[in-house]
Design a protein around this ligand. Structure first.
Ligand code: PAF
Length: 284
């Protein structure tokens, strides 16, 4: 695995692989790699091209009271995971490379509306931070395909919209969420949980599952389904932030004609905020 830290270095690596006829498949991460990331890298490897992973904890997507300073940074174990998974290139930019003029002066990219619902209500800075960094990373890396986890469902939809709106020549692929045996979606933030909180954490998934089952069995009173899931999660000892039954394509409230839904939710366990979602498709 080649490790590069600057833009020229990454572009030189990418161009030489492209000259050999290789597809470039990009997996952007913030490190602290777990089996969810491994699934992304394995998916990327399927294409048979060059797999490029970036690792950068992006300050722009954290709010002032969020966990930027305590976000787990585990570079040496991350490198070992990437070697094991046979990633080809690791891009390790620093703040100077990503935001040479500082974050205030950085040109921002914003997806309106889609970036302001659900997660965007509680974390109004978040998607702007993500789309800004991902846009810059895409321009640096110039990959053919980029792979994202569907655990961050809204992030995946927002990025697809950005790529479409800005006519960016890259294909965006989503990979299914990897879960613990009890259903908890893998996340770097699970590291923050005490044993007691870890025991309660799967209640988010269970609440969403119940909502998904109702949709599958024909119920269409979305607000009632959301409210019941909210109460289920609350009675499991979590503090739900939102539960939303939305259509997959654009996260709008579905209408009768829709057949592809997603139930999304966020909940606090202590101070840790977890998110999850379940896709529901009805074949007609
Ligand atoms: O999902 C993540 O890890 C981050 O939001 C991303 C896409 C790497 C941007 O910083």
């Amino acid at each position: 695995m080649v490790i590069v830290e600057d833009i020229e270095g990454v572009r030189a690596e990418v161009s030489s692989r492209r000259r050999q006829g290789k597809l470039i498949i990009f997996v952007p991460t913030m490190g602290n790699l777990h089996q969810g990331h491994v699934a992304l890298i394995r998916h990327a490897k399927h294409y048979g091209g060059t797999v490029l992973v970036s690792l950068y904890v992006n300050p722009l997507q954290f709010g002032v009271n969020e966990d930027f300073s305590t976000y787990p940074r585990t570079l040496e174990t991350d490198k070992a995971v990437l070697m094991e998974e046979k990633a080809d290139i690791l891009f390790l930019p620093d703040d100077q490379t990503m935001y040479p003029r500082g974050i205030e002066d950085q040109t921002k990219v914003e997806v309106p509306r889609l970036g302001g619902v659900l997660e965007g209500v509680t974390r109004p800075h978040f998607f702007r931070g993500v789309t800004t960094v991902v846009n810059r990373l895409f321009n640096i890396v110039q990959a053919d395909i980029a792979v994202f986890g569907k655990k961050d469902y809204q992030q995946w939809i927002v990025i697809k919209r950005m790529v479409n709106d800005l006519a960016m020549p890259i294909e965006i692929v989503g990979v299914d969420t990897v879960r613990e045996q009890d259903g908890l979606a893998l996340s770097s933030r699970n590291n923050y949980l005490t044993p007691e909180q870890r025991r309660k954490a799967p209640m988010l998934y269970r609440g969403l599952l119940r909502a998904a089952e109702k949709l599958r069995s024909g119920e269409r009173a979305y607000e009632r389904i959301e409210q019941a899931a909210f109460e289920d999660i609350q009675s499991g000892g979590l503090r739900p932030d939102y539960i939303g039954v939305r259509r997959q394509q654009d996260l709008m409230v579905p209408d009768e004609a829709d057949t592809a839904w997603v139930v999304l939710g966020a909940a606090y366990v202590g101070k840790t905020r977890l998110i999850d979602n379940i896709e529901v498709e009805i074949k007609v």
